[in-house]
Design a protein around this ligand. Sequence first.
Ligand SMILES: *[C@@H]1O[C@H](CO)[C@@H](O)[C@H](O)[C@H]1NC(C)=O
Ligand SMILES: *[C@@H]1O[C@H](CO)[C@@H](O)[C@H](O)[C@H]1NC(C)=O
Ligand SMILES: *[C@@H]1O[C@H](CO)[C@@H](O)[C@H](O)[C@H]1NC(C)=O
Ligand SMILES: *[C@@H]1O[C@H](CO)[C@@H](O)[C@H](O)[C@H]1NC(C)=O
Ligand SMILES: *[C@@H]1O[C@H](CO)[C@@H](O)[C@H](O)[C@H]1NC(C)=O
Length: 594
Amino acid sequence: MMGVKLSSILTVILIILHGLTSAAAALPEAVEAATSLRSNTTYYNPILPGFHPDPSCIFLKEWDNTFFCASSSFNAFPGIPLHASKDLRNWKLIGHALNRNEQLPRLAETNRSTSGIWAATLRYHKGTFYVITTLVDDDRPPKDASRWDNIIFKSKDPYTPSAWSIATHFSFEGYDPDLFWDVGADGKEKTYVTGAHAWHVDPGIWQAEADLEKGTVGELKLVWKGTGGTAPEGPHIYKKDGWYYLLAAEGGTGLEHMVTISRSKNINGPFEQNPANPVLTNTNTTSYFQTIGHSDLFQDHAGNWWAVALSTRGGPEYLHFPMVRETVLTPVTWKQGEWPVFSPIRGEMSGWDMGKEDRGIKGVGPFVDDADDIDFAKLTRLPEHFTHWRYPIPSSYTLSPPSHPGTLRLTPSVFNLTALTGNYAGPTGQTFVGRRQSHTLFTYIVDLEFSGTVAEEEVGVSAFLTQNHHIDLGVVVLPIADGTLQPHLRYRAISYIPVPEPIVVSFPVEWKGYDTGKLALEIRAINSSHYAFSAGPTGARSLRRTIATVSNEGVSWGFTGVLLGVYSTTNGGAGSAPAYISKWKYVPEGQFRD
Ligand SMILES: *[C@@H]1O[C@H](CO)[C@@H](O)[C@H](O)[C@H]1NC(C)=O
Ligand SMILES: *[C@@H]1O[C@H](CO)[C@@H](O)[C@H](O)[C@H]1NC(C)=O
Ligand SMILES: *[C@@H]1O[C@H](CO)[C@@H](O)[C@H](O)[C@H]1NC(C)=O
Ligand SMILES: *[C@@H]1O[C@H](CO)[C@@H](O)[C@H](O)[C@H]1NC(C)=O
Ligand SMILES: *[C@@H]1O[C@H](CO)[C@@H](O)[C@H](O)[C@H]1NC(C)=O
């Protein structure tokens, strides 16, 4: 085998050399032959498991042959995660484009779980990285211009979060903006913003020339209505072989989601559609990977094309998918002058040769599959992948306070994870920090120290999707029959679908003699459909008790994805006791791909 392969490669090299010396036109074919003779790379979807929807990716030779991807983050903060890879298999979190309150103060005020940062487009132009996106305030009427806050962030160094600029705002009454630079017939460079118009009588993809420095856009033109699917959105423009290609998502982000494409000789249309549309979808299939759509295309170092898209694991039953919309990758064959052909999305994929694995990526965050075994004693700031819901109140999170070195101190918020309106927590915020669920099966466990004495003071762990979809297990101070206050264990969930009633129990009698001011709280995915919530004295594994086993259906919904984390609240009461978190562990235990 090896001998055959080597001799074929030698032959190809000879052909290339021959091509170089005699007929230059033979070169592309020779390179194509060389590519197809090399072995394909096996990789696994999703490439960015967990809450990573609406991916947009680029490949940059000038940045050490690295792929960069952005995904949308809604109300999560830090927002707009950025991942990098050198081999399309190992992806590292390198930071977030939205990492400081001053960049976009309005994220503090978004109301509704579907608000916040919608799809971003990541692009690179003349040495600058651009993230263009929309802060949506979904609580406002569609025609209220303030509902659609379109913004651009810029950076010259994606590895340094603080290098990202504050937002430049521009007016566009829609979402999913794309950025494209083109040199017109007059030789002048023009910048185009293309996006989905939110409320126009003609739903479709709209485009305008833009001045990114001033944040101004010219007259909007409808360039494509799509193929007839609902909600044409998520557009991206590419120029190839004299054609402008317009990629879009249609069908909505549920089971009918699909990727469609059209093309034109002119940037502003008319765009004619590909007879083979949709070019990528799993609608009407029994695949475990559903809702595939919202794609972006890019080329690797060898010029081969790839596409990312979002997908939901859980099959057409569409009941159990707590990681909700994740990023998947597929190879694309795109011959000169022809339409791109996408390979169908599966769990195990074979794509263009990407060589050996390469984990040599700098950047502040972990790889997407990493476990957590966090010793707060070693940290001076929270890890990059730790996530809040909207902006945190910095003083509510203290690393290694003098009285409790090696812990994370949480100061309770008045509001719990639901808060009063279920969508908004106001300026007092919510004390919560989590990480994405990124595996089908996992154990998440923390030790917590808490000595609350005031009614409704609570600290606990949560499988948190949004303020109106979360499942919690907490230690909460409640009265017993004689009216005295005691810590209890309380499981409580909230969702748009019926969820099991709260369970409130006193500490089990077997825990007597143990320091119940220090407990380990655990969330475990016991299978693809259920979480078990357990608690016990720290260091006494055999005394850990499962308080509730709950379906994940209640947190399988919407735009975001489950965060596993800790919260601290007074539930509107008069308490103020802090909680001290230590031994934060997330242990991956299995990834279901079909
Ligand atoms: C948030 O939205 C809910 C429901 O749309 C509304 O009842 C509530 O008044 C809003 N709160 C704020 C602070 O805007
Ligand atoms: C899926 O099935 C429905 C009902 O048969 C059909 O209308 C629709 O066109 C199909 N979608 C695709 C992308 O095949
Ligand atoms: C390698 O992957 C590409 C892209 O999916 C495909 O077109 C090609 O047939 C594959 N080659 C082999 C040998 O499997
Ligand atoms: C706490 O949570 C409950 C149930 O989710 C909710 O009804 C209540 O309004 C919340 N209270 C506060 C103060 O956030
Ligand atoms: C997961 O475990 C729960 C509790 O034992 C059980 O009811 C459920 O059917 C299981 N789900 C699957 C997919 O096996």
